[in-house]
Write a protein that binds this ligand. Structure first.
Ligand code: S6P
Ligand code: ZN
Length: 199
């Protein structure tokens, strides 16, 4: 049974998570279709189905009043010139926010609303990022060590991965001349326009 007693754990420095933390891993094969350079993706996958990111979450009842929270650990690397990233999602209950706190590494959070407004914010140790209700979010690791963030959001939020899986984010983060660069995702305009036509 989930405890109703207060509890605490240490994330800086990281000293282990509660024993009942849930662990999810995403490998390269889970990300088919997410990266722009499909030839590089397939070539990498042929070399091995490497681990890209992991999420540890403290289980809480998925109901109003509760908060889900945990650690997201995004490994470093690129597919073509595109940095390793999470799948990204809207919350199923769109009107729910999320807070991220960066513990280690360097990266970006790319975000956008269903209407197509978009934003990109830097993640680095000590930096807090507020993702307002309605904003889809994806973390991107732009450095050579793990990007570790602590996150917290309403436990009843749920996840919608489908929209992003189909059209991607408006902003794409690539390496150009050794530095991160945010560019327009060329596929986004077409896929979003097609999706709007169908509704
Ligand atoms: C959940 C929260 C994070 C992400 C994690 C992995 O709402 O935003 O725990 O789940 O960073 O990303 P994704 O997009 O694969 O769930
Ligand atoms: Zn989220």
């Amino acid at each position: 049974m989930t405890t109703q007693r207060p509890f605490a754990f240490q994330v800086l420095p990281l000293a282990g998570l509660p024993d009942d933390a849930r662990h999810a891993s995403r490998h390269l094969s889970d990300m088919r279709g997410y990266y722009a350079d499909q030839a590089s993706f397939e070539a990498m996958l042929a070399d091995g189905d490497i681990l890209l990111y992991e999420v540890y979450e403290i289980p809480r009842p998925e109901q109003e009043g509760e908060l889900l929270h945990g650690l997201s650990i995004l490994h470093a690397g690129k597919v073509g010139d595109e940095y390793f990233m999470t799948k990204g999602h809207f919350h199923q209950v769109l009107e729910t926010a999320e807070v991220y706190y960066c513990l280690q590494g360097k990266g970006m959070m790319v975000m956008e609303t269903p209407e197509g407004e978009w934003a990109a914010e830097e993640l680095k140790p000590g930096r807090v990022l507020y993702v307002p209700p309605r904003w889809a979010h994806r973390s991107v690791n732009t450095a050579s060590q793990d990007l570790i963030t602590f996150y917290v959001y309403p436990a009843y939020a749920g996840h919608d991965y489908g929209t992003i899986e189909t059209r991607g984010f408006h902003a794409q983060v690539i390496e150009r001349d050794g530095a991160p660069l945010v560019i327009d995702n060329p596929r986004w305009q077409t896929l979003t326009r097609d999706a709007r036509r169908q509704t």
